[in-house]
Design a protein around this ligand. Structure first.
Ligand code: PEP
Ligand code: MN
Length: 338
C-alpha cells in the first residue's frame, strides 16, 4: 500500500508515520515529490490494512495495492469455474442455463403445474421461495417446510434441480434436506454470519447482489462463503437502487463483464427483480445473455394476478416458452449454447 500525506505534512509527522509502520513490523519507503511526500509500505498487505494508519496526523489517503479478496479473485484459478447443481453445469464454457419458477411456492398444485411449464420451456432449474423476505411483516411469508416439500416433489417429477432462498441459518439443515442450491437474497448479502454458515454447507450458493452494494462488496461476500470451504458460489446481479423510478430497480448489466474480470465465479442475471415489470423482462434477459451471463433467473406464474408475491413482474408461461429460443439465438450468436 501507499500512504499519501497531506500537502502541509511536517517532518515530525513523517517521522511518526515511519515509526508507527516499523512498530507494526512493516517497512516504510519515503519518497519526496515536489508537492507531496508518499510513503510506500512493504510487508504483508493484510497486516498494513488492519492498522489504523488513515487516522495518523499528516495522512491524507491510503491507497491499497493488493485486492481485498483472494479466493474469489480471477487470479486464484487457472480458468473460470463451473458450479454443478445436480448435473446442471453453470459457468465458464457451459451452456447458459435458465432458472425459472414462481417468486413464492403458494400451494402443491401451483408449484407442480408451474414446474411442468418451466420444464417444457427448456429452462434447466426450478426456483421458488419457501421463506420469503418481505418488506412488510403482514405480507405472505412463505409456506416454509411445506413449501420445501412441494418443491422437492416438483423436482422429483420434472427432474429440475431446485433453488430456494435461505434467510436464517437455523433453517439450513431443513433446507438442505429438500433443495439443491441455496439462494442468499439481496437483503442478506451482507449477513456475514449467514454467509459463514452456508459456506459450511455441501450445497452450492447463489449469492444475490444487495441493492445498495458495490460489486467489490458482492465479491467480498462471496469470499466469506469460499473461505469456509464451499467452492460452489454463483454471483447474481438483480438490480440496484438508483434515482430512476420507472423500473423497480436499475439492472446493472455492466456487472457481468466487470465481475467476470474480477473473479472466476459464474455470473448470473435476474432481470425480473432488476426491472420489476413483466413487459420488459424479456428484453433485459436477452441483453443479459448478450453481456455474457452464465445463467438467467426469471420469475414465472400461471396466474400472476393471483400471485402472493411479485405478480407484477412474473412472466406468463407462454412468454417464457417464446423467450427461451430467443435467448438461445443470442447465446449462439456469442458462441455459447443454451
Ligand atoms: C427472489 O428471488 O424472490 C428475491 C426475493 O430476490 P431478491 O433477494 O433479489 O430481492
Ligand atoms: Mn420475487
Amino acid at each position: 500500500m501507499i500512504i499519501i500525506t497531506q500537502p502541509a505534512v511536517t517532518e515530525e509527522q513523517i517521522r511518526q508515520i515511519v515509526a508507527r509502520l516499523e512498530d507494526f513490523g512493516l517497512e516504510a519507503h519515503v519518497s519526496r515529490g515536489d508537492s507531496r511526500v508518499t510513503v510506500g509500505v512493504s510487508g504483508p498487505e493484510e497486516l498494513a490494512r488492519n492498522q489504523p494508519l488513515a487516522s495518523l496526523p499528516g495522512v491524507e489517503a491510503i491507497v491499497p495495492l493488493a485486492k481485498p479478496y483472494k479466493l474469489a479473485a480471477k487470479s486464484a484459478r487457472r480458468a473460470a469455474s463451473t458450479v454443478d447443481i445436480c448435473g446442471v453445469s453453470i459457468g465458464s464454457k457451459a451452456a447458459v442455463a435458465v432458472i425459472s419458477g414462481p417468486c413464492s411456492v403458494e400451494s402443491r398444485e401451483q408449484i407442480l403445474s408451474i414446474a411442468r411449464l418451466v420444464k417444457d420451456s427448456g429452462a434447466r432449474l426450478l426456483r421458488g421461495g419457501a421463506f420469503k423476505p418481505r418488506t412488510s411483516p403482514y405480507s405472505f411469508q412463505g409456506l416454509r417446510e411445506e413449501g420445501l416439500r412441494f418443491l422437492a416433489e416438483a423436482r422429483n417429477e420434472t427432474g429440475l434441480p431446485v433453488v430456494t432462498e435461505i434467510m436464517d441459518a437455523r433453517d439450513l439443515p431443513l433446507i438442505e434436506r429438500y433443495a439443491d442450491c441455496l439462494q442468499i437474497g439481496a437483503r442478506n448479502m451482507q449477513n456475514f454470519s449467514l454467509l459463514r454458515d452456508v459456506g459450511r454447507s455441501h450445497l452450492p450458493v447463489l449469492l444475490k447482489r444487495g441493492f445498495s452494494a458495490t460489486l467489490n462488496e458482492l465479491v467480498m461476500s462471496a469470499e466469506y462463503i469460499l473461505n469456509e470451504g464451499n467452492a460452489n458460489v454463483l454471483l447474481c446481479e438483480r438490480g440496484i437502487r438508483t434515482f430512476e423510478n420507472a423500473t423497480r430497480y436499475t439492472l446493472d448489466l455492466s456487472a457481468v463483464p466487470i465481475l467476470k474480470a474480477k473473479t472466476h465465479l459464474p455470473v448470473l442475471v435476474d432481470p425480473t427483480h432488476g426491472v420489476g415489470l413483466r413487459e420488459i423482462v424479456p428484453q433485459m434477459a436477452l441483453a443479459a445473455v448478450a453481456a455474457g451471463a452464465d445463467a438467467i433467473m426469471i420469475e414465472v406464474h400461471d396466474s400472476p394476478e393471483d400471485a402472493k408475491s411479485d405478480g407484477r413482474q412474473a412472466l406468463f408461461p407462454e412468454t417464457l416458452s417464446k423467450l427461451v429460443p430467443r435467448l438461445r439465438a443470442v447465446a449462439n450468436a456469442i458462441g455459447r449454447d443454451l
